[in-house]
Design a protein. Sequence first.
Length: 220
Amino acid sequence: MNATLQADKRDGRGKNEARRLRASGRIPAVLYGAEKNTAVEIAVDPKALLRILHSESGVNTLIGLQLDGADTQVLVKEYQLDPIGHKLLHADFYQVAMDRMLTVTVPVVLKGEARGVKQQGGIVDFVSREIEIECLPGDIPEHVDVDVSELMLNQGLRVRDLQLGGARWKPVSEPDTMIVHVVALKAEEAPAAAEAAPAAPAEPEVIKKGKTEKEEEKEK
């Protein structure tokens, strides 16, 4: 999925400026460049950004950031949520080069009903709900489909078993990483009552994106 987002440069920094922006219906954000170690202070509409984050592709949505009359292709690097109201407080974006491979984390979606469940009474154990892949920015899939229809009891699928077909991406997670397997149903033990712990003060929740560009990682 592709999306667009309007951004404006901002001069002020600090808590007072952030509060002023939020009161006006905007939030502070930072745009990191693809070629150089640069950062631009910007402001964006949190409602528009939330719609993007809540889409099926989520943080992997390629965004056309409209800034100073130019359309810059970016991905969300991380964002910060208020722990109580779950409102966006801050966001970081990084510019991507459309001709450079990058590594991202994408969700796994299971398809079909396993034969080991229907015929042998097993249950599906969904072990890895995300995997890392490498692709061009324009080829980031919303999710990776895994067909479990033929799995019998005690059989599973690992990253190396993925059927790529004509996919424009390749997995970079460890080949032996278990994605899903069918296991025997076990009697559940009654969970022990947990002792009540004093509630900790709520802190802003920072949501990080799985990976940035490989070149950016090497620079670090």
